[in-house]
Design a binder for this molecule. Structure first.
Ligand SMILES: [Zn+2]
Length: 736
C-alpha cells in the first residue's frame, strides 16, 4: 500500500462539509461586490469557457483568488438565505436540490486555489490562506448551523419515504440531514456559538500548522559543506544536492526532507554520522524551539477538538468523527488495529535480527563499509532508526540480491505513465488518453490529458504535477478542479500531484519502484473521480467516507505488479529491453521484505492519531513529547528502532489535513483493496468485464449508497481481512 492525502480533504475539514453545497451551476450569475474589488475583470467571474470548464490558469493572478473566494462565499450565503426564507413549503426540489445548485463561484475559485496552494504556493498565497481559514470555517457554519434551513431539511427528511424519490435522491436527503446533525444543527443557540468559535480557532491553528510544517521541512534540510559526508549517493544525487544548495544560496550540499520520518537517502548514505544527522533533522524538524515549532499548536488543537466532541455529544473527538465513517466507532477502529500490532511488531523484530546480523558481520572484520566516521567504532552497534533503511537495503541485496540502482533504468517516468498507468486503465476500462497542450496549467511541469471512453466519448480531464518543488507540500495527492454532476452538467477535471525527483535538464526521469506505486495509487483516486456518474455533486466521485476513499487508490496499486501490466511498462529506457524476469521476480519478492517495519510505523502513527483524538475534555493541555512516548508504549510500540511514520509534531494528515481520528483509514481500506484484488484473481484477473463491473457497481457511484452495502453487493459477501494478512505476509499461508 502507499499513502497519500486526498487534496479535497486536506483543505481542512470545515471545507469538506461545505464542499457539498459549493458545486458549479451555470445558471448562477456571479455577484458583484464593490467592497471586495471583485468584478468582470476577475477570471473567476464567469464559468470558464475552456474545455471541461478547466480553470484559466494562464489568466489567474495571485491577487484574483481572495476577492473571488470572498465574493463566492457572499453569493452562496445569499443563495442559501433564499432557500431558508422560501415561503413555499419545503420540498425535495426547493430545499435539497436547491442547495446542490448554490455556490458556483465559490467552488470554481476555491478548487483552483486549493490546487495552487498545495502544489505551487508562495508567501502571498499563504497569507490569503491564513486570512481565509477562519472565514471558510465560519462560512460552513453559516450554512450547517442555520436553524431555519435545518428545519426545512428536517421536514423533507421526515417525509422522505413518501416522496417516491430515486435511490440516489433518497440517499441525498439522508446525507444532508445527517450532515446537519453531525455539524451541530441540533445544538442550542448558545452551544452553536461556542461551536463556531471552536471551528474558527481550529481552522486557524490547523492552517498555521500547515505553514509551519512546510517551512520547518524546508529549513531542516540536511546540509553539509563536506562532500565526503554524502558517500553512498550516486553522482546524479550528489549533483541534485549541490543544485539544492545553490537554490538556497548555500555553498555545499543540501538533502531536502520528505514529509515522512524516514528519508529516502538513508537507504544509501554509507556514513553513519550522516545518517544520524539526516534522521535527526527529520525527527526534530518541527521541535526546534523556533517560529516553526508546532508543539503548542498541536496541544491546543487536541484540546479544542476534545471540547468539540463533548459539545456534539460524544466522549471524545474521535467518537464524533467516526460517527459517519464505515468503521462507525473508535472502538471498532481500535479493535481492528490492535489485532494487527502483535504480528506487525513480531515481524519487525525478526527483520531487525536480520539487520543486526548484517551490522555485526560488516563490523566484525575487514572493511566496515565506510562507517568509520560514524559512531560505529570497531565493536559494532545496535541498530538505530537511522540505520534501518541502509541495512534493510543491504539485507534486501543480500537476501534478495536486489539493487535499487539496477532497477531504476527500467522505470522511466513517461514510460511508466503511458505503458503502465494508462495501459492498465485501458485494459480494465477501455480508456484512452490524449495529451492537451492547449489547457493552461499552474506550473510548467504540469501536464494535461483528455481521457476518453472506449467509444471515443470524452470522459474527463486529468492533470499531473509529478516533480518535487520546495513550494509544494510533501507527499502525493489527488484533487478535483471540477466535480462531475449530471444535475449541473459537469464532467470531472481532476489532478494528481507527487514529489518525484526532477532530473537534470535533458536527463530521463528514472524513478524508484516505490514512485511507480505512487503513480498507480494516485491514478486510482483519479479514476474514482473521473468515473463519477452521479446526479448530485455532493455524492459524486471521491466524496466518500475517509475509510473508503483509499480503497480505489490502493486497489489500483495492485496492477503495478500484475505480470501482464508490469512487463508492458518495465522496459529499459535506453534499449527498450524488457526487465529480465529474474530481476522482476526479485522486486516482487523484495516487496515482502520490511513489511513488519512498514506496518508497525503505520500502526504507530495511526495509534498516535487515535490517542490524541480520544482525549477527554477534562484532560490537561498535553506536552506532545511526553504524550507521544506514553501513547506508543501503552499500545505496545516498544521497538526503539521503529519510530512512527509521522511524529506528532509534523503529522500533517491529522493536524493540517482531513485525517484527524482517520489515519487508520489507510489500513481499513487496505482490507478492502486486498480483498477486492483477490476477487479479481479468482475471477480471471485483468479483464474488461471485471473492470467494467467494478466501475458500474462501485467506482462510478461515489457516495450514492451506504458504502458497506455497495461494497458487499459488488463482492457478494462482507469484507474479509484474510487477503490483507496474506499480502502483508502476516498470515500462516504464504503470499501468492
Ligand atoms: Zn491515497
Amino acid at each position: 500500500m502507499h499513502l497519500c492525502e486526498m487534496r479535497s480533504l486536506v483543505s481542512g475539514m470545515r471545507m469538506v462539509l461545505a464542499a457539498g453545497v459549493i458545486m458549479m451551476s451555470s445558471s448562477v450569475v456571479a455577484a458583484e461586490s464593490s467592497d471586495t474589488g471583485f468584478g468582470p475583470g476577475n477570471p473567476f467571474y464567469a464559468p470558464s469557457a475552456l474545455p471541461f470548464q478547466a480553470p484559466p490558469f494562464d489568466r489567474i493572478k495571485d491577487g484574483d483568488y481572495q476577492p473571488a473566494i470572498e465574493a463566492g462565499m457572499a453569493e452562496q450565503r445569499k443563495e442559501i438565505r433564499a432557500i431558508a426564507d422560501n415561503p413555499a413549503a419545503p420540498t425535495f426540489e426547493n430545499t435539497i436540490v436547491a442547495m446542490e445548485k448554490t455556490g458556483a463561484l465559490f467552488q470554481r475559485a476555491y478548487a483552483a486555489f486549493n490546487a495552487v496552494t498545495g502544489a505551487n504556493t508562495n508567501p502571498a498565497l499563504e497569507k490569503v490562506q491564513q486570512e481565509e481559514a477562519p472565514k471558510l470555517a465560519a462560512h460552513s457554519d453559516a450554512i450547517y448551523l442555520d436553524a431555519k434551513l435545518f428545519r426545512r431539511v428536517a421536514a423533507v427528511y421526515e417525509k422522505r419515504e413518501s416522496l417516491k424519490l430515486s435511490p440516489e435522491g433518497l440517499r441525498l436527503v439522508e446525507f444532508y440531514y445527517q450532515r446537519f446533525v453531525h455539524a451541530g444543527a441540533n445544538l442550542s443557540d448558545a452551544d452553536k456559538e461556542k461551536l463556531k468559535k471552536i471551528n474558527e480557532e481550529e481552522s486557524t491553528l490547523s492552517n498555521g500548522f500547515r505553514s509551519k510544517v512546510l517551512a520547518a521541512t524546508k529549513d531542516a534540510a540536511y546540509f553539509t559543506a563536506d562532500k565526503s559526508a554524502l558517500a553512498g549517493l550516486t553522482d546524479a544525487e550528489i549533483g541534485g544536492a549541490e543544485r539544492a544548495a545553490k537554490q538556497r544560496k548555500k555553498e555545499g550540499w543540501v538533502l531536502a526532507l520528505q514529509n515522512t520520518t524516514q528519508q529516502p537517502y538513508l537507504s544509501s548514505l554509507s556514513m553513519r554520522a550522516t545518517r544520524q544527522a539526516l534522521f535527526e533533522d527529520s525527527w526534530t524538524r518541527a521541535e526546534r524551539g523556533d517560529a516553526n515549532d508546532t508543539r503548542e499548536t498541536i496541544a491546543r488543537l487536541a484540546q479544542l477538538r476534545a471540547e468539540k466532541g463533548k459539545l456534539l455529544g460524544f466522549d471524545s473527538y474521535a467518537g464524533w468523527k467516526l460517527e459517519d465513517q464505515m468503521a462507525k466507532t473508535p472502538e471498532n477502529a481500535l479493535k481492528f488495529m490492535d489485532a494487527l500490532v502483535p504480528a506487525a511488531t513480531a515481524n519487525a523484530a525478526s527483520e531487525a535480527k536480520d539487520i543486526q546480523g548484517v551490522i555485526d558481520t560488516q563490523n566484525n572484520g575487514s572493511q566496515n563499509n565506510g562507517s568509520q566516521n560514524g559512531g560505529s567504532q570497531n565493536g559494532g552497534f545496535a541498530v538505530e532508526p537511522w540505520d534501518w533503511e541502509f541495512y534493510s537495503e543491504q539485507v534486501r541485496k543480500a537476501k534478495f540480491d536486489l539493487d535499487e540502482a539496477e532497477v531504476r533504468p527500467y522505470f522511466e517516468m513517461n514510460n511508466v505513465l503511458q505503458h503502465g498507468v494508462f495501459y492498465a486503465a485501458n485494459q480494465l476500462y477501455g480508456l484512452t488518453f490524449k495529451e492537451r497542450k492547449d489547457i493552461p496549467v499552474w506550473h510548467a511541469d504540469v501536464r494535461v490529458y483528455e481521457v476518453m471512453e472506449a467509444d471515443g466519448k470524452p470522459l474527463a480531464l486529468w492533470y499531473c504535477d509529478y516533480f518535487k518543488r520546495d513550494n509544494k507540500n510533501g507527499g502525493a495527492w489527488m484533487g478535483s478542479l471540477v466535480r462531475q454532476s449530471k444535475l449541473l452538467g459537469t464532467l470531472p477535471v481532476v489532478y494528481n500531484v507527487a514529489n518525484l525527483p526532477k532530473p537534470a535538464e535533458g536527463e530521463p526521469a528514472l524513478i524508484s519502484f516505490s514512485d511507480v506505486i505512487t503513480m498507480f495509487h494516485e491514478f486510482g483516486h483519479a479514476l474514482h473521480g473521473m468515473f463519477a456518474a452521479t446526479e448530485y455533486p455532493v455524492l459524486s466521485g471521491t466524496a466518500v467516507a475517509r475509510d473508503f476513499v483509499e480503497f480505489p487508490s490502493q486497489f489500483n496499486e495492485h496492477w503495478a505488479t500484475y505480470p501482464a501490466i508490469f512487463h508492458h511498462y518495465a522496459k529499459h529506457y535506453k534499449t527498450g529491453a524488457p526487465m529480465p524476469v529474474e530481476l522482476a521476480a526479485k522486486i516482487k519478492k523484495a516487496e515482502d521484505f520490511n513489511q513488519g517495519y512498514k506496518l508497525t510505523e503505520l500502526l504507530a502513527a495511526a495509534q498516535l492519531d487515535m490517542q490524541w483524538h480520544s482525549l477527554p475534555v477534562d484532560a490537561p493541555l498535553q506536552k506532545p513529547d511526553e504524550f507521544e512516548k506514553a501513547a506508543l508504549e501503552k499500545k505496545g510500540f516498544t521497538l526503539s528502532y521503529v519510530p512512527p511514520r509521522y511524529r506528532s509534531s509534523y503529522f500533517s494528515h491529522i493536524w493540517g489535513g482531513g485525517y484527524a481520528a482517520g489515519y487508520y483509514a489507510y489500513l481499513w481500506a487496505e482490507m478492502l483493496d486486498d480483498d477486492a484484488f483477490q476477487w479479481f484473481q479468482d475471477h480471471g484477473g485483468l479483464t474488461r468485464a471485471n473492470g467494467d463491473r467494478l466501475r458500474a457497481m462501485v467506482l462510478s457511484r461515489g457516495n450514492t449508497e451506504d458504502l458497506e452495502k455497495m461494497y458487499e453487493a459488488w463482492l457478494g459477501s462482507a469484507p474479509n481481512i484474510e487477503p490483507m494478512l496474506k499480502y502483508r505476509g502476516l498470515a500462516k499461508t504464504a503470499p501468492k
